[in-house]
Design a protein around this ligand. Sequence first.
Ligand code: ASP
Length: 890
Amino acid sequence: MYESGFELEPLIRYASSYDSFKTERIVCELINEGVAAIFGPGTTETSGIASSVCNTVEVPHIITHWEREKVGMTNEDSSPFTLNLYPDTNVLSRAYADLLIDYTWKSYTIIYEDDDSLIRLKDILQIHDPQSSPVTVRQLGDGPDYRPLLKQIQTSGESHIILDVSNLDKIITLLRQASEVKMMEEYQSYIITSLDTHTLDFEELKFMRANITAMRLIDPSSFDLMNAIHDWELGERQFQRMYRIAAESVKTETALYHDAVRLFAAAVRELDATEEIETEKIDCKQPQQWEHGKRIAEYMRLRTDNGITGRIVFNDDGKRSHFQLEITELSKEGFKKIGTWDPEHHVNYTRTLGEAYEQVIEALQNKTFIVVSRIAAPFLDYRKSEDGEVFEGNQRLQGYSLDLIDAISKILHFNYRFEIVPDGKYGSYNKVTKQWDGLVRHLLDRKADLAICDLTITYERRTAVDFTMPFMTLGISILFLKPVKQDPNLFSFLSPLSVDVWVFMLAAYLGVSILLFVLSRMAPDDWESSHPCNQEPEELENIWNMHNCIWLTMGSIMGQGCDILPKAISTRIVACMWWFFALIMLASYTANLAAFLTMERMDATINSAEDLAKQSKIKYGAVKGGSTMKFFQESNFSTYQRMWAAMESSRPTVFVNNNDEGRDRVLKGKRQYAYLMESTMLEYFTERYCDLVQIGGLLDSKSYGIALPLNSPYRTAISGAVLKLQEDGKLSALKEKWWKGGMCKKPESGGSDDAAELGIDAVGGVFVVLGFGCLFALIVAILEFLWNVKKVAVEQKLTPWEALRSELLFAVNIWIITKPVCNRLSESESPKSTPRSQKSSRYGSEAQSSKEKSVHSVNLNNEKVNGFTSRSLSHLNRIGNFFTRKNNSD
Ligand code: ASP
């Protein structure tokens, strides 16, 4: 390097990295030769002695490597002649800690080389929150086989690794072996602390899918570096060597040496301008100092410069406390800058989200995702072959999940392969074994890239896996069997009142009738003159015989009333009470009858979760280890806590392995088992199993998402695709496709069973009663008729047959509407009238007698009386004569 006025000449000496005695000797030899500054040596073990010699003889000492802090050393103890261009340990450690905070790594494993690593990473160890998962610190060991160590880390499930190894060859070996044990997949992330990571041979690394982040001090695109490379290439050409030096291959130490020399040269040049600087041969053994050394060292420390390692600023200890680091990430083209770090601004990303997204999309192109799921229609089911065709791969499956992944794959252009989770479970954490099962376990074991089914996004699962945007929202509800329809009952009109009530009513009816009969006989007001016009009757009569009492009470309870009524106060009170009783009973019966005839009777009324919680007859459960079960297990709401306690203590268990099992248990449970499940599947079941019904509304609100391993780079892209499908209405179309098609009709809103019209089955009994009643009446009528025939035969001295015939002919002749009273004859013929005949004439009503007179006389002259035998006619004429006589006598 040539500078105006002076020339810098390098004197290069090699010293052992650990031999401080030899190093001291070499440093003294150099000082003895009259050097202006000592650069190096490059290890902490030997630079100390060099620093001490330079400090004694006041020769500037410049180092460019990481220096371990001396225990108990203060600012005053630091050598004023030693400057270190390598970033200060404390600040560098802060940079890595900031990166970690930014990456939100909660758990990580540090692989370190030696004890110095732990000093370098002290901030990383300090930021760790003891509440979260533990940080594992593993020493690399001598190697060269690091696979056992890597396998142990893999078994622990750790996917975040901080690698603090300075030897680049070791780093490459380690990464290669990590790739062999499948520790370089897309879900593993590495931070390599070496500032030379960018110089690794990325040809080998670029096929590794793990996310590798590193920091570097050099900006390969900087103008200073280009110039420096140009100088170096020129210098090489002097020796006829044609080297092309790639900016990315420049090591930190080289760059630091370059900057150190430039800094020194600039300081000397500037100081030389005011006072000429001459080198001096100094003997270390003598108490001798270089007169310009102090000035140069102090000036260098105060000066700020820009080198190929960025801005060079020293603090009072001669340490480089201000610098900028480039954050780089391994891509197909090598280590690409994604951001910067400096002590003021900390992590600052230069890569836009769009660029990051593009990178992921690019990575997706040729990827085949392993998608794990579980069999549960309509989400996923085996395809049934109709013509014996055997399906392979994804073809053997069908369902909502498959269609959704297929739609996403078409947007993001990736391939996929479905696998079925062996244990068929969703994924729950066992607090005893500290292990996950089901789909979550599969993802944690990195056996799959995506997990899809009716997998609910829960807080607990989110700690183990990532979720995309939800693709379906739902809530917990209750699946139950519809009320059993009662068999139609002909006599359902009897149902409104219980048997007891009917019996009591009958007893009351008879009791009141008898009471009325007894009281009326006792009450004087119910004894009346048989002829109302006769003010002084010789005898009184009482119409309240048992027959009439029964008729009055029957008329009242039937709501019809009666044409005769009691007159005495006591009997009227009894009648009033009976009417009141009849009023209430009739109203109750009528009100209840409507409900009984139209409504289906339920064994128990369950309308909500509260109703379930309140009773113990109907058992209820959920899918084992599912989010529904967890909802009740972890709820703070007293009703759900009670329900959880009931479920937990139920024997046999009320939990099932899957929704199908739960559905079957409800179907077979005779309304003794209700199943708590998510509304999506519930809807699917109720559309296909018409006996099933949803009880109440939703108890909570949650959603299903596609699960991915934690920190999956594909999460954002897949979430974006899900959102797009949702906006395009494809998600609803898919739901429609897989959910609809059930045969069960939903009850129409507003119309329910209780408004349904009544069938003959429900009211047939009333017809039966009517029929039997009429039949009974007919039988009674026949008996009455025959009794009358017998009487007529006796009275008219006819044969029974003649009497029957004439009475029958008379009865069937519908044109005759009046009939002579035969017993008047007997009445006249036997003057001794019995009380019964008295009563009868009275009961027959006085109103009839005058009517009868005229009507009979008309009928006797009626020529239309055809078909009568001469005997019967003479019998009728005699009756007519009798009336004429009797009327005359009256
Ligand atoms: N979808 C639920 C789950 O992911 C299953 C359930 O509990 O109903 O756990």
